[in-house]
Design a protein around this ligand. Structure first.
Ligand SMILES: Nc1ncnc2c1ncn2[C@@H]1O[C@H](COP(=O)(O)OP(=O)(O)O)[C@@H](O)[C@H]1O
Ligand SMILES: [Mg+2]
Length: 216
């Protein structure tokens, strides 16, 4: 498929349902991050596409093995780390989010709180990574969030503070138990144990800051 900066593949499962999957080369931290953020989003009432751990069909992996260099890298990864990938459900009728309406404010505040919790740098005004599906605003593409999962735990985390433009105060972060559950629900081959632990720590720290009213 040709859209966005990545070129995802469209997977069709045995029921005929369609799923989007981004074929990133190793490691699997992008997949892990998408999974964790989706779990936290559901906790926080942020609409996200349903997601799944998809297992690539052996025939697809064989085809990738003789494809473009990026596809070959992916086939090699599947050899080493197994054929599972993060897949998000294709949202029929999704439209780009171009203009916020007054009635969107509660949903956008929840999105903002999520972004602060997961330190998501990839939701800019010109590039919001939001789509409209019917009445819902659905948040997509969280692969760049959770710096600790990407091994960036030493870098300062900067998030655009749209909150300072009068949108309102951020909402509540999930509980410690919910944060631990979200990280624990990950397929273990997607993220090393030290990075999982660092991810939990980063999330707990930012949740505490949200709780005390300090936005970033
Ligand atoms: N689950 C989905 N259902 C429908 N359209 C989607 C879905 N995910 C992404 N898109 C469309 O693809 C575009 C790019 O997707 P995104 O995940 O942001 O990829 P990129 O890594 O290229 O930024 C989105 O702006 C949206 O229009
Ligand atoms: Mg995007």
């Amino acid at each position: 498929m040709r859209f966005g900066s990545t070129e995802p593949i469209l997977l069709v499962d045995e029921q005929g349902d369609r799923w989007i999957c981004k074929l990133q080369p190793p490691p699997m931290s992008d997949h892990a991050v998408e999974w964790i953020v989706a779990a936290l989003a559901r906790e926080m009432g942020v609409a996200v596409a349903p997601c799944a751990v998809a297992e690539l069909h052996p025939a697809l992996i064989r085809a990738l093995a003789v494809g473009a260099p990026s596809e070959r890298a992916y086939a090699e990864r599947a050899e080493k780390l197994g054929p599972t990938v993060f897949a998000s459900r294709w949202l029929q009728g999704a439209r780009e989010f171009t203009l916020a309406r007054a009635t969107d404010t509660p949903a956008l505040l929840r999105v903002l709180t999520l972004d602060l919790l997961v330190a998501n740098p990839d939701r800019q005004a010109v590039h919001p990574n939001l789509v409209r599906v019917g009445r819902d605003i659905v948040a997509i593409d969280h692969a760049q969030a959770l710096p600790e999962a990407h091994g960036q735990d030493d870098e300062p985390i900067e998030v655009d503070l749209h909150v300072s433009h009068g949108v309102g105060a951020p909402g509540r972060a999930p509980s410690e138990a919910a944060i631990r559950r979200a990280v624990a629900s990950l397929p273990v081959e997607w993220l090393s144990r030290p990075r999982r632990e660092a991810t939990v720590e980063g999330l707990l720290l930012r949740a505490e800051r949200l709780g005390s009213g300090v936005a970033a």
